[in-house]
Design a protein around this ligand. Structure first.
Ligand SMILES: Nc1ncnc2c1ncn2[C@@H]1O[C@H](COP(=O)(O)OP(=O)(O)O)[C@@H](O)[C@H]1O
Ligand SMILES: [Mg+2]
Length: 302
């Protein structure tokens, strides 16, 4: 039985190539296949990477079964969702036509409601809705946030992944204030973590400062794994590969942590934007720490 209310989670980072799609597709796979949750993945990126990674690229009508079609024609998710090869996992696919969304909908009051219309009644059929987004603040990201309970920020353990971080959180919090008071920050997810002292040191740095800014650093971080590239080449989530070990284990633990955080009763604090601004400055100051860390042998990853 699905729970009373589906949890809607938007995965967002203004920076590209930080593990958004990898996280969405692996978490969807584990939720659906291993944990028996009913999952809908909405691919809100015109690159269609989630569509591909969840094996539906050749399984949908490119005119009628896309997010673009649903938003333009104001049809419901039920008419555009496509069954993936993975148990309990459904996808609203995207093609490059979705690029037209910005011009078509713009930043109008109505545009914030685009996903609300699409998802009306979705809680009856799903436990989790995961929304993969493009690395920019655009109308689709805003509409997704306006319809979500949570936003989750995937990142790599590098200062560059932090570029635009504060703008993104500020945007999310503005949407909380103006459009959707249910929207909360689920946390930051670090992926592609290597067993090197510099990463260990960086993770401790970011963990400490995010805590001060009242933003959760999700655990565990996802270790670097060759299975992710293999999955990419085979158009499947890494966690579905028999050869995947560490990455599957990490995503499995993370998925359980996400269920706990998203369905628990614990109060989620609002991120402290001022403190987040301070982290940007601290990055500059701390560069030396990571260089020193390069010489340390003993390390302990999250
Ligand atoms: N844990 C990991 N180990 C190795 N490579 C990874 C891992 N997570 C992501 N990647 C790689 O990083 C790149 C960016 O990931 P992706 O999920 O496509 O990011 P985004 O959706 O944010 O653009 C991809 O080439 C992906 O294969
Ligand atoms: Mg992506």
């Amino acid at each position: 039985m699905p729970q009373a209310s589906a949890q809607i989670i938007t995965f967002a980072n203004i920076k590209g190539g930080v593990g958004k799609t990898t996280a969405v597709t692996n978490i969807a796979y584990l939720l659906g296949v291993e944990l028996g949750k009913r999952v809908l993945v909405i691919d809100a990126d015109d690159q269609g990477n989630s569509t591909k990674a969840l094996g539906v690229r050749d399984r949908f009508d490119r005119k009628e079964e896309t997010l673009w079609h649903a938003l333009r024609e104001r049809v419901s998710y039920e008419q555009v969702m496509v069954e993936s090869p993975y148990k309990n996992v459904w996808v609203i696919p995207s093609t490059k036509e979705l690029k037209g969304a910005q011009t078509e909908f713009g930043r109008s009051a109505r545009s914030f409601k685009l996903f609300r219309h699409l998802l009306k009644g979705v809680e009856k059929n799903f436990d989790f809705i995961l929304i993969d987004t493009k690395p920019q603040i655009n109308v689709l990201l805003q509409a997704a946030l306006a319809a979500s309970h949570w936003y989750l920020i995937p990142s790599f353990p590098e200062p560059d992944s932090y570029d635009g971080f504060i703008d993104l959180v500020a945007e999310c919090e503005e949407i909380h204030d103006e459009e959707n008071e249910e929207l909360k920050c689920l946390g930051v997810l670090l992926s592609c973590v290597k067993k090197i002292p510099a990463h260990d040191s960086y993770i401790r740095f970011i963990g400490k400062h995010l805590k001060q800014a009242k933003v959760l650093l999700l655990k565990p971080a996802i270790r670097v794994s060759n299975a992710v590239a293999t999955g990419s080449l085979q158009s499947c989530p890494a966690a579905s590969l028999p050869s995947a070990h560490s990455v599957k284990e990490d995503y499995r633990k993370l998925t359980k942590a996400i269920i706990k955080a998203a369905t628990g009763t614990k109060k989620t604090p609002r991120p402290d934007l001022k403190m987040l601004g301070v982290i940007r400055e601290k990055h500059e100051e701390a560069q030396g720490e990571w260089q020193i860390a390069d010489g340390i042998q003993e390390i302990k990853l999250l």
